[in-house]
Design a protein around this ligand. Structure first.
Ligand SMILES: Cc1cc2nc3c(=O)[nH]c(=O)nc-3n(C[C@H](O)[C@H](O)[C@H](O)COP(=O)(O)OP(=O)(O)OC[C@H]3O[C@@H](n4cnc5c(N)ncnc54)[C@H](O)[C@@H]3O)c2cc1C
Length: 546
């Protein structure tokens, strides 16, 4: 049998799909899958049946068959290990599901092992729960700090238990829709328990052994603890347990001010806690452009969040319910007391329990799994994707890498991972979004750099919103004017960064941005205004940058 994909125009509903299925069945096609949404049919034909018969059969249904392609590199597809799986995946997060779905589309038999809750970090304890609560926090903040005259808004005491229940309902719903239901939909075998390698070909779960042609390690990462004396006996919180609190704490101290510390700090500030963010480094967001760090620091301080930088953590202790953090700043000792202490100092890969040496899989200094450009580990049958490799820790990176694993491990392709342009967003308010090179990185790479910095008070959307603390910064190659990096602090910066990502990825120039219409009164217009700022004072322009 050979497998084909046909493009079909004109299907509009499930009924259309049924017509195409029956037409293909009539010519002896097998394993037929038709999707009117994607406008395609995937099917298998035995060697004696020519693909032109399929074209005629589809044509006779009155839909319009387009190109019919043999599914690429079918001969290379690594399929059907008689006794075991074609692909056995450890983990059930975003990298795992993306690899599993694509592999089943190649016709592979896929097993997936999960030791905790199906769906992994993003839906259960990461993106979804944090972003829905952040939204609630923002609404509470706006109610307290309404910027418009003539409106009466007020915010009462926050019922965190109720918010957390509502958040849990959403998590359960999305986990079901986006993960659990897909297990049956794509015919994936779910194996519950903790996986460890026995040898290069076998993984053991609860004493049962499973073999496979290929393996994917997609076990993610967990919060890591800094080496601060006393932490092991203090009742501290992680991002997971903080999102389960039922009462807003009076004070919340946060060790670490990366994106998780900042988002969760602002969330609890908006819900009514007194929040202190503490970090070792002298500069907030030290890897970002200085304009971004300074703006974010200014806005967080204006909002009432305490920021302590350049901290040496001496020890922590618990006295009754109170957590005491003993620190030194500029040689001066201090104790910061709070009801709750959040530790948000990064993450460590989940590799300890996997017995990787039995499979000959090498790890790096931080115990992350080392992979090559094709997502393959030091054992060519074993692949890894997502947070466990300690690459950029975003769910879309994990899912992208999982897809590459399916293409390479099952599809027989040789696709390289390309993480040269990865947008990143911190969902504070204002939010922070960046893509491409910072000014410093561009200079280190040898570019002659030209930059433009546009304060947010020059962006009409920010003016009408009455929230003008923020900035747009463009970094361009001075010779070609190609956009190398875009860095934004504004409301909904994450929505604007997608256009910037396209600009950086596809080598658009500052002139391309200037010459492209930007809808007036969107925050994304700031991108065009920042481009115009290279040679104009945009405060002297009329509306719509005209
Ligand atoms: C608070 C927070 C907020 C975040 N917000 C965002 C955001 O807004 N946007 C964004 O893009 N990213 C966000 N992230 C990051 C994002 O959630 C992760 O990058 C992504 O979920 C990683 O996916 P993964 O598939 O690599 O691993 P995971 O989703 O972590 O899945 C790994 C799974 O493997 C299982 N496992 C581990 N070891 C074993 C074993 N030995 N046997 C069986 N199973 C095992 C684990 O139980 C887990 O379910 C956030 C993360 C956190 C913590």
């Amino acid at each position: 049998m050979k497998k084909y994909k046909a493009n079909i125009q004109g299907m509009t509903c499930k009924g259309c799909e049924r017509h195409v299925v029956s037409a293909l069945e009539n010519i002896g096609a097998k394993n037929i899958e038709v999707s009117f949404r994607r406008g395609e049919a995937i099917f298998e034909l035995s060697d004696g049946v020519g693909v032109e018969n399929a074209k005629i059969a589809i044509d006779e249904t009155n839909y319009q068959p387009g190109e019919i392609k043999k599914i690429p590199s079918e001969e290379n597809v690594v399929l059907y290990n008689e006794e075991g799986y074609d692909l056995l995946i450890i983990g059930s997060g975003s990298a795992a599901f993306s690899a599993a779905i694509k592999s089943t589309e190649y016709g592979a038999k896929v097993g997936m092992i999960e030791r905790e809750i199906v769906g992994g970090t993003c839906v259960n304890i990461g993106c979804v729960p944090s972003k829905t609560l952040l939204r609630a926090g923002e609404i509470n903040h706006s109610a307290k700090e309404n910027l418009f005259t003539g409106l009466q808004t007020s915010a009462g005491e926050v019922n965190l238990a109720s918010l957390v229940n509502q958040k849990d309902d959403l998590v359960n719903e999305l986990r079901k829709q986006k993960y659990i239901d897909l297990i049956d939909e794509y015919d994936i075998d779910l194996i519950k328990g903790e996986a460890k390698f026995v040898d290069e070909n076998i993984v053991e779960v609860n004493g049962e052994k499973f073999s496979a042609n290929r393996f994917l390690i997609a076990t993610g990462a967990s919060p890591s603890l800094p080496p601060i004396s006393g932490l092991e006996v203090v009742d501290y919180l992680t991002s997971t347990t903080l999102l389960e609190l039922k009462k807003v704490p009076k004070q919340l101290t946060i060790i670490g001010s990366g994106y998780i510390g900042m988002e969760l700090g602002q969330l609890f500030h908006n819900l009514g806690s007194e929040v202190t963010l503490m970090q070792r480094s002298e500069r907030l967001l030290k890897k970002y452009d200085p304009e971004i760090s300074e703006t974010v620091e200014k806005v967080l301080i204006e909002q009432g969040i305490n920021i302590v930088k350049g901290v040496t953590f001496e020890r922590v202790e618990q006295v009754g319910e109170l957590k005491k953090v003993h620190i030194a700043v500029d040689g001066k000792k201090k104790v910061v007391d709070s009801e709750h202490l959040l530790v948000a100092t990064g993450s460590k890969p989940n590799t300890d329990s996997l017995n990787l040496s039995a499979a000959g899989v090498e790890v790096g200094k931080g115990k992350e799994i080392l992979i090559n450009d094709y997502a393959r580990t030091s054992n060519e049958k074993v692949y890894a994707a997502g947070d466990v490799t300690l690459g950029p820790q975003f769910v879309y990176v994990a899912a992208y890498e999982g897809g590459i694993v399916a293409d390479n491990a099952i599809g027989g392709l040789n696709k390289k991972i390309d993480l040269s342009v990865v947008p990143g967003v911190t969902f504070t308010n204002p939010s922070i979004a960046t893509v491409g090179l910072t000014e410093e990185q561009a200079k280190e790479k040898g570019y002659e750099v030209k930059t433009s910095v546009l304060p947010l008070d020059a962006v009409p959307r920010a003016i009408v919103n009455r929230e003008t603390t923020g900035v747009f910064k463009l970094v361009a190659d001075a010779k070609t004017l190609k956009v190398l990096g875009v860095h934004i602090v504004s409301e909904n910066a994450g929505d604007g960064i997608y256009a910037a990502t396209l600009a950086v990825k596809f080598g658009l120039t500052v002139d391309d941005l200037k010459d492209t219409l930007a809808p007036y009164l969107t925050m994304a217009e700031g991108l065009k205004l920042a481009a115009l700022t290279f040679d104009k004072d945009v405060s002297k322009l009329s509306c719509c940058a005209g």
